[in-house]
Design a protein around this ligand. Sequence first.
Ligand SMILES: CC(C)(COP(=O)(O)OP(=O)(O)OC[C@H]1O[C@@H](n2cnc3c(N)ncnc32)[C@H](O)[C@@H]1OP(=O)(O)O)[C@@H](O)C(=O)NCCC(=O)NCCS
Length: 173
Amino acid sequence: MVSLVRPAEIGDAAAIARVHVATWRTAYRGQLPDDFLDSLSEARYEERWERTIADQGSGVYVAEDAHEVVAFASGGRERAGEIGFAGELYAIYVMRESQGRGHGRALVRAVTAGLRKMGLTEMIVWVLRDNFPARRFYERLGGTYVREQPITIGSALLQEVSYGWRSLDSITY
Ligand SMILES: CC(C)(COP(=O)(O)OP(=O)(O)OC[C@H]1O[C@@H](n2cnc3c(N)ncnc32)[C@H](O)[C@@H]1OP(=O)(O)O)[C@@H](O)C(=O)NCCC(=O)NCCS
């Protein structure tokens, strides 16, 4: 399947927020507290995504199916000072019913093209330790395990792990 990916515009913020909240609720149910997932606000995320899209420092991309945004991803400069990884895939979310159809791979291609334009040649991504489907996706793309650290989301103390690509050329699409 061909996934139509393009850079996000400010007007996409509402659609991105809808995908964001819906995919958090499906992907993280059972991992994050129900009350936290139920309290996620599309309006709050819409504002946040408007700011992120306007900020030149991160690339935000959407994937469309029948002119509807069904997935998004963002990336930019690595945020926490991890040695050896100048770029970071910040987020990637595909609506459950659209998963497994190539959108994720196409979005990674778009994010990495953006990283290259910023002169960033490596990439790291953080994923919840128990989010095994996403981990398999990063492993399928040739990411190698980097390390584990704790993360607090809402009231939940969890573990996250990172995968890295020492060169964007080593991504195995
Ligand atoms: C993880 C996610 C981004 C992957 O995107 P996707 O569109 O479903 O994946 P694609 O269709 O592009 O798959 C690309 C390749 O990865 C493989 N892959 C994807 N998910 C996989 C899984 N769970 N297990 C094994 N392989 C997987 C595909 O089989 C494909 O390889 P192939 O062509 O050799 O078969 C998407 O499923 C998603 O949004 N999940 C829920 C939210 C989430 O966990 N996001 C990540 C947060 S860190």
